[in-house]
Design a protein around this ligand. Sequence first.
Ligand code: 6R9
Length: 649
Amino acid sequence: MTHTTHSPSQSFTDTAHLDRAGYDAMYAESLADPEKFWGDQGKILDWITPYTQVKQTDFNFGKVDIKWYADGVLNVSANCIDRHLATRGDQTAIIFEPDDPNDPAQHITYNALSDKVNRFANVLLSQGVMRGDRVVIYLPMIPEAAYAMLACARIGAIHSIVFAGFSPDALANRINDSGAKILITADTAPRGGRKTALKSNADAALLHCSDKVRCLVVKHTGDQISWTENRDVDVKFLMQHASPDCPPRPMNAEDPLFVLYTSGSTGKPKGVVHTSGGYLAYAAMTHKYVFDYHDGDVFWCTADVGWVTGHSYIVYGPLANGATTLMFEGVPTYPDAGRFWAVCEKHKVNQFYTAPTALRALMGQGNSFVENYDLSDIKVLGTVGEPINPEAWNWYNDVVGKGRAPIVDTWWQTETGGHLLAPIPGAVPTKPGSATLPFFGVQPVILDPTTGEEITTTEAEGVLCLKDSWPGQMRTVWGDHERFQETYFQQYKGYYFSGDGCRRDADGYYWITGRVDDVINVSGHRMGTAEVESALVANATVAEAAVVGFPHEIKGQGIYAYVTLMNDQTPSEALKKELETWVRTEIGPIAKPDFIQWAPGLPKTRSGKIMRRILRKIAENDTGSLGDTSTLADPSVVDDLIANSIYNS
Ligand code: 6R9
């Protein structure tokens, strides 16, 4: 396969932080002497007590231990706010663009951000929140979400954001697993002209939590909500009466900053733990270099703060760099498919960062939605979350960027804290669909999945692992270090295993081919098939369920569920609808199956293991190559499944 290569223009490279020689030199230095390299780069932050130790990391299964800047002391909120006040107190830190385009945008300066975060931190203290306590945040995309995160960081509390699209059950599980003392939510959340009843979801979740958990409510829309005395607290009211001065607490570099739950191939979602110093340094550095961010630029990442992308590239990376970061409450298609571009024009956005699924959806609406707007301020375009197909890449490049803006396809994970593979835009030519080359200090390797041996030829295909640590790496799974080791370090000894398949081409460029485990990627959101299955079997009508991904034009992957009903149940369209609604309420709308197929039987080995490989092939309509089915206990179930698949019924 040949691919067009796109090189940055000379004028872009002339003003960029790095050209090719600069990138090559820094990358070489980062591998030759990581202690020195990261020792120098850690100075991107302000330290209360400078570190003398830089890197203490061990990837060996059984003793996995990751520490960066271990004896350094800092405060994350002071790095994101206080240190900028002298030079840029009146500069906008956050632009808030509300759901309704007729409502005014807010420009929150660094001074104003400081005022809000200090007050919010004092409110948390007044509610008994102490260093190391967990605070669950269940908020829409409003400035209070950033205030709450930074207020936690200011007093050393550990935040755990739960995406506002998750159901009460999913919220309750996360509150309980993290042992949170406080839940922060809002009355209602407008999105795309509709409202989500967040507070009533929170009320429902709290029925399953300790009655000691307090609920801090941001009255955002002013909608009517129910109120539980002695539990519910009006945050905005308390903030008005709180002191605007709350000294930042000195924190150790390795003190946890946040826990973020993410799906894996087995079991319940796990709490990914990120710590303070290494995470922030890595988020700031990647934000600066991968987006070629310069002082005065307006940066917009369209993710939700409920995902890691929002943590690192709406809040922590940009604010650590003193940037102007845009927070958008709405959706790309409201009031119409031109909203992203209207907002880019309105706020003169310089770097725009979104997901392939959004691009595919907008691409289908026609170019006029883009062409109506002046996008001449855009300098860099980014993508994240899933592999980008060349059609979407080319549309992004030609129609949105007019061929002028380099596209940075960034591969990374909740676990990695920041970008691991991405082109430095002034330095590295891009190829549509490739995340190109590693960031500084990152050593990708491709292993043969069966032997576990490293494939050392330039051209290679296999599973993607990392050979050594980087400062933004997760440190552990909340409350379960064993699970951390087993998930990421057991299968391929001595490496961090990403769970992704990957190909390296003759130029050494990396091409992510998708997950190799039972994780599916729906619109850039990670979902464990096991999670959806356990939601389905929790319904009284369901005997057994198997869930796989299938190719979906807009979402990348859709959710395909094979369901075996209890003997006394009769399949019907109504029951399908009921099960879809059931999964929505158990997990959230993003987990709703796109297709449910009644399966009188599932293909199982004689030992009772479901052969997912076969189910995947049927869901992909690739039944010509089912492979060996002779080990199945009852091979005839396969014919029935094929005959009744989405493609044949
Ligand atoms: C940041 C984020 C991680 C998984 C990852 C991979 C997929 C992310 C990608 C990509 C191809 C890219 N992924 N970025 N695949 N190209 N540029 O998305 O974190 O939600 O934890 O998902 O997403 O499969 O393993 P997270």
